[in-house]
Design a protein around this ligand. Structure first.
Ligand code: BV8
Ligand code: ZN
Length: 237
């Protein structure tokens, strides 16, 4: 059986990683989302954007995968599992998932914003979040940026193509921990539904997708995912 997981920030919430839109703890609560996660925000305040991503990069060293990540990784034992994630963390991989496609890039790779050269240089330590850090400069005079996809930027073609294929050929799609408002990622569950593929949503809150999916479970990822495959026959009838 082919299972395609479509995960968002809620997947990492129970690892202690703040989500984007949960206002009291969300990453956006402290910053203007457009300013900090868009290419013109980068052009205007690279030192603010760089500090935010550096902090998120370092924060990943102090968190670990949760039962939800581990459940998805364990599904490899009986199913052909593909993970399409909007997350830029590496928790799916650290839990053991293999076929993981990052639609919005990664906190763990960096490049020059002018010549595109990959940057492998040292990163300044950041024990506590600070408001501004000057990004390193490339030999060509460009600034080093995180390899993430900002608003208004194209998604990586390979990740997108693999994700569309993983959704189109799935027997079931499991959408977990996403507010389903950021496109084109949010279009993937719609693609599955249009092709008659059952879609299960796992989210403690309602989302714009909730009344369109086959089943919407008001549960958290770490509680719902461990037993979910066994529940599929009953859930899908
Ligand atoms: C593109 C960077 C086209 C990485 C992010 C106007 C101007 C410009 C663009 C647009 C525009 N209008 C529309 C667009 C398109 C835009 C878009 O969709 N905007 C939205 C806001 C309407 N999309 C884009 O710009 C994309 N690019 O379209 O390019 C193009 C075409 C041609 C030429 C050039 C370009 C790029 C989109 C990517 C943006 N990058 N981040 C980073 O910093 O991480 S977006 C940001 O939101 C993150 O990447 C995140 O992945 C994404 C989605 O958020 P979620 O993962 O859903 O997280 P959220 O907090 O929202 O929700 C968490 C959910 O979990 C909640 O539902 C909560 O209930 C639940 N939850 C909480 N706890 C748990 C839980 N669930 C389970 N268990 C729990 N324990
Ligand atoms: Zn350069």
């Amino acid at each position: 059986m082919r299972v395609t997981v479509l995960s968002g920030a809620g997947m990492s919430a129970e690892s202690g990683v703040p989500t984007f839109r949960d206002v009291e703890t969300g990453l956006w609560a402290k910053v203007d989302p457009y300013e900090i996660s868009s290419s013109d925000g980068w052009r205007r305040h690279p030192e603010k954007v760089w500090a935010w991503y550096l902090w998120r990069h370092y924060m990943m060293k102090s968190v670990a995968p949760n039962d939800g990540h581990r459940a998805v990784a364990a599904w490899h034992d009986g199913a052909d599992v593909h993970v399409v994630t909007q997350n830029v963390d590496d928790l799916h991989e650290r839990a053991g998932s293999r076929q993981v496609y990052h639609l919005h890039g990664s906190l763990f790779s960096f490049r020059c914003d002018r010549c595109g050269l990959a940057y492998h240089g040292a990163l300044p330590a950041m024990p506590e979040p600070v408001d501004t850090v000057e990004p390193p400069m490339c030999a060509c005079g460009g600034l080093i940026r995180p390899d993430v996809v900002w608003f208004g930027e194209q998604l990586p073609t390979a990740a997108w193509d693999r994700s569309v294929e993983a959704v189109s050929r799935a027997d079931v799609a499991i959408v977990v921990g996403t507010s389903s408002i950021v496109y084109p990622a949010a279009g993937l569950p719609e693609l599955a539904l249009a092709e008659g593929i059952p879609v299960i949503e796992v989210n403690p809150e309602e989302t714009p997708l909730s009344d369109r999916v086959t089943v919407s479970l008001r549960e958290t990822s770490a509680t719902a995912l461990p037993g979910l495959l066994q529940r599929l026959p009953a859930l899908l009838g």
